[in-house]
Design a protein around this ligand. Sequence first.
Ligand SMILES: NC(=O)c1ccc[n+]([C@@H]2O[C@H](COP(=O)([O-])OP(=O)(O)OC[C@H]3O[C@@H](n4cnc5c(N)ncnc54)[C@H](OP(=O)(O)O)[C@@H]3O)[C@@H](O)[C@H]2O)c1
Length: 291
Amino acid sequence: MASILLIGPGAIGATLAAWLCQDDRHQVAVAARTPFESLEVQTPQGVIHAKPRVFTEPAQLKPVDWVLVTTKAYDSDAAALWFPNAVSGRTRVAIIQNGVEHLARFDQHLARERLVPVMIDLPADRVAPGKSIQRGPAKIVVPAGQNGADFLALFAHTNFDGTQTDDFTTALWRKLCLNSAGAVSAVLLKGAGISHHDGVAELMRSIVRECIAVGRAEGATLADSIPDEIVAGARRAPKTTENSMVADRRVGRPMEIDTRNGVIVRLGRKHGIPAPMNALMVALLQAAQAE
Ligand SMILES: NC(=O)c1ccc[n+]([C@@H]2O[C@H](COP(=O)([O-])OP(=O)(O)OC[C@H]3O[C@@H](n4cnc5c(N)ncnc54)[C@H](OP(=O)(O)O)[C@@H]3O)[C@@H](O)[C@H]2O)c1
């Protein structure tokens, strides 16, 4: 049995918490900024319900075996305010966020050997506090090793596709390639259908090529074919499919601009690799967010 505290019950967090609650070997609690009565998640397998304990104050917590952080990346420091009460010598902390800087976001709060970075592919939308929609299958990738294996074991009862890899850097940068291209949709407030416009498709490829160049400098192995694959994938998707930056912009929530595009500009600068298309996306999205 594992005691688990999930911090950040939004689209991803509510979905993961509800699935984990289906395994009665786990004792699942949720640390929420906005409280809710119970979880309700529409999954491809049907609706699942759960009623974990919901905490709204760090002082209410006791140490657990696992902390799972599923806030947006820009809320990482706020998420870490739960650690002093939830984390003891035995606790491991899984960082389930987008981007490539999972460890850097949290290593001022905890020793790196306690942190488990997680790459997640799980299309999900938040509907209301405690309510989410899982729109497709879930894939989680962790670094090879005991921490990764123990994290995947938490999901043994689910149909999540969990894998360990010796090359986690590549897994993160491959996902960032996809996410970086999503900025165009966020700028235009349009779904994946805009990729059918040849000019937009070429802009997406340019953004991804910059991501590949910087990712390679950071040690990732990224094929030249990725930009075309990403455009082809966007063109295969239903035209109205929207990424989470579009969803965030629509409802006035901050977007993960730095996590998905700013990081390419910042790390590019470190390696002397220009990333003007990503810089353009950052400028436009920051301006849109400031409105
Ligand atoms: N959604 C997807 O399809 C998807 C897919 C793959 C990866 N990701 C990544 O997964 C991460 C989470 O994304 P998401 O879409 O699940 O975000 P989200 O729907 O915005 O959920 C974030 C949750 O964190 C909560 N939160 C913020 N600060 C908190 C704090 N200090 N303590 C407790 N809870 C706090 C928010 O509370 P409020 O309810 O008060 O706002 C919200 O419930 C992001 O890095 C994202 O890029 C998302």
